[in-house]
Design a protein around this ligand. Sequence first.
Ligand SMILES: Cc1ncc(C[n+]2csc(CCOP(=O)(O)OP(=O)(O)O)c2C)c(N)n1
Ligand SMILES: [Mg+2]
Length: 371
Amino acid sequence: MSYTAETLQLLAPDGTLRYSDETDRFRDRVDALDETTLREFYRHMAVTRRFDIEAGNLQRQGQLALWIPSIGQEAAQVGSGFAARAHDHIFPAYREHAVGRLRGLDLTRIIAMLRGLTHGGWNPADTGNFHLYTLVIGSQALHATGYAMGVRFDGLVGTGDPERDTAVLVYFGDGATSQGDVNEAYVFAQSYQTPQVFFLQNNHWAISVPVSVQSRTPLFRRPAGFGIPSVQIDGNDVLVSYAATAESLDAARSGEGPRFIEALTYRMGAHTTSDDPTKYRTNDEVAYWQERDPISRYETFLTARGVDAAFFEEVRQEGEDLAADARRQTLAMEPPPADSMFRHVYSDEHPLMAEQAEWLARYEASFEEQA
Ligand SMILES: Cc1ncc(C[n+]2csc(CCOP(=O)(O)OP(=O)(O)O)c2C)c(N)n1
Ligand SMILES: [Mg+2]
């Protein structure tokens, strides 16, 4: 499944910007992006990719239990992430590294989590309302819908005050669309007209299952049955990802109810470092998407606008620095005290947790006595 006649695109794979009757409505939003923001789109995509490669290398060198690559999905993530306002809330799955970085997440927090040093990873209050990664497929759709219902109950929708009106943006994958949780989230979202945008990154695979097995109909058509307006976009085009998400978030914040975006993209790497994609997909397919790479396409666009080589070199160096720093920090990470696992089970002290912590301490000490 690739682009269809209905796929909205602004930036063609050759890097040229073109409007059509269907995309003309995005013109003002794109024209309003200043030169600095256009460069920031590139910076975030390129720097996150470099970090991602380093984290994969660290996993291969035994420093992490697992790495989840986001390579190939940077435009879907950076464009949509930029469209959110500071006070909006974002519920990711587990591959949204670029969105996290945009919201102020220190990416080494993801490394710490996948090294097994923390159960959650970060406090959303410190990460621009970027909530925790969720490895239980699709469950974050319900968390997001519940949160968005609360936003509506609190009257933070449709007031006309941009500082108050709030939206919720939730990310999930093509495989997740088959989960009950996600479909239940659609039901509640349309019923309560939540201020929420469902952002589906259709990267064409759910581990080894192709999207053609998940659905016989393009996934963006399904929300219509729930009464949720939807669009399908080229997820490797950062400009349309930005413009379509900004449009949908505006509708959500102003009280028009939920919106759905299917971003067609491709997972260039493995599902995680635990699998080998050469066992289930063809080189031709990978080559097809390589030609539609989100970063090189955007680089061509910026170059044609007059952005010089020095800028790209500066970003490359920033990526190298971030990667080196992530490596340094990873190698210096220390495991937390074993009893820290009991600290966040209840908000207050709990006798059962105290008992279990004591048992663990005695058990650990018994090895030292034997030695
Ligand atoms: C409830 C649940 N079922 C199964 C799994 C195992 N699992 C992990 S990732 C994955 C595929 C998800 O695919 P998709 O939603 O397309 O997201 P992607 O990994 O492609 O970003 C599955 C089945 C899980 N983590 N949780
Ligand atoms: Mg997928």
